[in-house]
Design a protein around this ligand. Structure first.
Ligand SMILES: NC(=O)c1ccc[n+]([C@@H]2O[C@H](COP(=O)([O-])OP(=O)(O)OC[C@H]3O[C@@H](n4cnc5c(N)ncnc54)[C@H](O)[C@@H]3O)[C@@H](O)[C@H]2O)c1
Length: 327
């Protein structure tokens, strides 16, 4: 099976690529080739038993080589993320909408319709603090990024109905702890308040301690994306979008988990309100009742303390090296 990862140089793209390289299969099928495509050529992945090409280019002018003719599975992760899409309307619209159109156009030209796993977002909903949305909740996005994600879900569902491809859109929670450096997502501080203290650095918290957020770990997000790529889609019918089973936690819960794993670390978090960030993340629902995902075999979430420990086990050394931090 040949696989392409669009946005293959990003955080989740690299996680999926590493898992595929390590396991050599997707579900029960052996991987025979992988393309990693991003705006600049992604970092090569070590240790794979199959060939990997790392290509640079713009999603909107998608080269055929990004999704070769015999591709069976496409992970469409390339995106302009939340705060950047809100700050730069043209860029967000171009990449998140026209880019998704380009993916559909390329998939239409393949001999066999590929599985397309698309990363939608909790930001495609609104509802704010205290919300508990069920699988039938309407998407009423409160920002341009969420609107672009919801629109992309719809055109992918229509492309599925037409037989151009076989889409599964996962409405991912905020993924915590993001390793490396801060990015341009409005939700970036949810990772920073755990990651920076674990690196021995100070950081700012822009929302109150009782702010509630819907999150998942990188391990769980990767598992879900691989499950979405391998699952039988017959049970989905016309509804190609799934809210996976994340965790609803408060900032105080997150800081308590940090303290449990690294006593004293939460003292490095300063309270500095930021109205612009609070407005974006405050529009997102703080919880879901993800019954459909559970029935479709998406794995349940681990406890918060395990999520913090997983950063130490999986990412701390690489993040220290990446940021040239000497301890
Ligand atoms: N990380 C999260 O918390 C989270 C939550 C919900 C949804 N998502 C979605 O999951 C996906 C992956 O998230 P991530 O955290 O890995 O993001 P990321 O920013 O690390 O990766 C996205 C990649 O897309 C690439 N990209 C942007 N514009 C491009 C273009 N014009 N052409 C080619 N590549 C382009 C970027 O260079 C980047 O490497 C995104 O679609 C994001 O919107 C992420």
């Amino acid at each position: 099976m040949k696989i392409s990862i669009l946005g293959g140089g990003g955080f989740l793209g690299q996680r999926i690529a590493n898992r595929l390289a390590r396991e050599g299969r997707l579900g029960n099928v052996a991987v025979t080739g992988l393309v990693l495509f991003d705006i600049v050529p992604p970092r090569p992945i070590d240790g794979a038993a199959f060939p990997i090409s790392c290509l640079g280019g713009d999603l909107v002018d998608l080269p055929a080589s990004a999704i070769p003719d015999d591709t069976a599975t496409v992970f469409h992760l390339a995106a302009v993320v939340s705060a950047q899409a809100e700050a730069d309307f043209e860029l967000g619209r171009r990449v998140n909408l026209a880019g998704t159109d380009a993916v559909i156009d390329r998939c239409r030209r393949l001999a066999q319709p590929p599985r397309v796993v698309f990363t939608s977002s909790v930001a495609s909903f609104s509802g704010g603090q205290g919300a508990r949305l069920t699988d039938n909740a309407r998407q009423l996005p409160a920002n341009s990024y969420g609107t672009q994600k919801a629109a992309a879900e719809l055109i992918l569902a229509d492309a599925t109905r037409r037989g151009f491809l076989d889409a599964v859109s996962l409405r991912l929670p905020t993924v915590v702890i993001r390793p490396g450096r801060p990015n341009q997502a409005a939700s970036g501080f949810f990772s920073a308040i755990l990651r920076e203290p674990l690196l021995g650095l100070t950081t700012n918290l822009p929302v109150p301690d009782d702010f509630e957020v819907w999150i998942c770990s990188p391990r769980r997000a990767t598992d879900w994306l691989l499950h979405a790529a391998a699952m039988d889609t017959a049970a989905l019918g016309a509804d190609r979008s799934i809210t996976p089973p994340g965790l609803s936690v408060t900032v105080a819960d997150m800081l308590a988990a940090l303290e449990a794993v690294r006593p004293g670390a939460s003292a490095l978090v300063g309270r500095v309100p930021d109205a612009a960030v609070a407005q974006i993340v405050g529009g997102w629902p703080s919880g879901f009742v993800p019954s459909r995902a559970r029935a479709l075999g998406f794995s349940a979430h681990e406890k918060l303390a395990e999520l913090v420990q997983a950063f130490i086990d999986d990412d701390l050394v690489a993040t220290l090296a990446d940021r040239a931090i000497i301890r």
